[in-house]
Write a protein that binds this ligand. Structure first.
Ligand SMILES: *Cc1c(COP(=O)(O)O)cnc(C)c1O
Length: 430
């Protein structure tokens, strides 16, 4: 598509946007009384208008039914997670039985590693991306130590080549092959939080399996952002948070995926709790843990109804929007427009002030673009903030911007571009 750097053009795109009405279903923060142009959906999604009523309805349930709420009321808490499973499955490309909402993300990563990182004398290595989100690094490091092993011997990090920002798929596959005999697990992000690179999860899964390793994904930046096919790819497990692209609020409930091929394996080790116990006999309170079938068997504590009600409200929006195919279609355009506009700023200035490190190929990125400011980055960023534009700043020089298809408009992107142009006009006299 040929883009134009005008307000009229941006507004034309907005008028043609079939998802445009969803913007009115979100609450935008304000600064100095003015609504913020929000580009931080990669960090914390905006509040859906429906969130408050969803939470209040569960507060009402609690008020009205108290302990009976587990089995009474319009959404008995005992079975509430099943409604979320139904809605989560299409977001990540899974069967409802393969997913379950529970806990928070890093906690779930640990619980899944207990089951799927089982090092022995022969296979003990984990391959992950260098520069993964710190929580994942700490989780893996501590899991390795928990098994009495040394992270230096066990954790293999794949890095971009010198002078490059992105990982080449061939380098990931080579690393998997190189460590083939000792590889226990490949644990990758879906999208890297820093660069915005979307990894080839299908190929990574195939490569891991071809050498006899298990393969899992942390989908914090991918779930609700790009279409996923966890079931078809055959990934062994995955987890994600709901507060980034899924708008379920700070500290929101996390989701897990366990592929159905593991359901019949009753020998899988796990850290159990009563809520993972077989549902129909759970309240017999018997000795000896018997897991519920499917992902539900990884639950530990009772259903966190309040945060789940927020995730539920958000997932209902995803459902009405047509889930990932519809969101992806708009997202591709929105981010392409941002990509083009940033390069317009460079072109009009006559040199590259802002280098986009996120892949240029749309199929290898989600909503987010990560932009390196060649100079005076913090001042450029502060100039955005002065204009009520909220992005995300990473020291020493990276600005991350994520136009989100459910609530961002093409006009947002145009205004953002204007701010970049004005700012750099002042800061960098050509
Ligand atoms: C955001 C993010 C987390 C955050 O973990 P919490 O347990 O929810 O605090 C972890 N891993 C990745 C890759 C993330 O992007």
């Amino acid at each position: 598509m040929d883009f134009e750097n005008t307000l009229a053009f941006a507004q034309l795109l907005d008028e043609a946007d079939v998802l445009k009405d969803f913007r009115n279903e979100f609450l935008f923060p304000t600064q100095e009384g003015k609504p913020v142009r929000y580009f931080c959906g990669n960090s914390l999604g905006l509040q859906p208008v429906s969130a408050r009523a969803a939470l209040e309805s569960q507060l009402d349930n609690w008020q009205q039914h108290a302990v009976e709420g587990w089995f009474d009321g319009h959404q008995p808490w005992m079975f509430y997670h099943k409604e979320l499973k139904r809605l989560m499955a299409p977001v990540v490309g899974a069967l409802p039985a393969e997913v379950c909402p529970m806990n928070t993300l890093t906690v779930n990563l640990h619980l899944l590693l207990v089951s799927f990182y089982r090092p022995d004398l022969k296979r003990f290595k984990i391959i992950m991306e260098a520069g993964a989100f710190p929580s994942d690094q700490y989780a893996l490091e501590s899991q390795v130590r928990f098994h009495g092993l040394d992270p230096a011997d066990c954790i293999i990090e794949v890095s971009p080549r010198p002078g490059e920002y992105l990982l080449r798929t061939e380098d990931i596959l080579d690393a998997i092959n190189y460590h083939r005999n000792e590889l226990a697990l490949v644990l990758f992000g879906g999208i890297n939080y820093y660069s915005g690179q979307l990894y080839d999860m299908k190929q990574i899964t195939q490569a891991g399996h071809s050498v006899g390793a298990l393969v899992g994904f942390d989908l914090a930046h991918a779930a609700g952002n790009v279409p996923l096919s966890l079931h078809d790819w055959g990934a062994d497990f995955a987890c994600w948070c709901s507060y980034k692209y899924q708008n379920a609020g700070p500290g929101g409930i996390s989701g897990i995926f366990v592929h159905e091929k593991h359901f019949s394996n009753r020998d899988l080790k796990r850290f159990a709790g009563w809520w993972g116990y077989q549902e129909n006999t759970r309240f017999l309170m018997q000795k000896g843990f018997v897991p519920e079938a499917g992902a539900d068997g990884w639950q530990v504590s009772c259903t966190q109804v309040m945060p789940m009600s927020l995730y539920h409200a958000s997932l209902l929006q995803f459902e009405r929007a047509g889930f990932m195919p519809a969101l992806r279609e708009k997202s591709l355009k929105l981010t392409a427009y941002l990509y083009w506009i940033i390069n317009e700023v460079n072109r009009s200035h006559g040199s590259v002030l802002f280098e986009i490190i996120t892949p240029q190929a749309p199929e290898w990125r989600g909503a987010q673009l990560s932009i390196i400011a060649k100079a005076r980055g913090k001042e450029v960023f502060d100039g955005l903030v002065e204009r009520q534009i909220l992005g995300d700043w990473r020291e020493p020089n990276v600005i991350r911007l994520s136009p989100v298809p459910l609530y961002n408009s093409f006009e947002d992107v145009f205004i953002l571009g204007q701010a970049f142009t004005e700012n750099s006009g002042k800061l960098f006299v050509s």
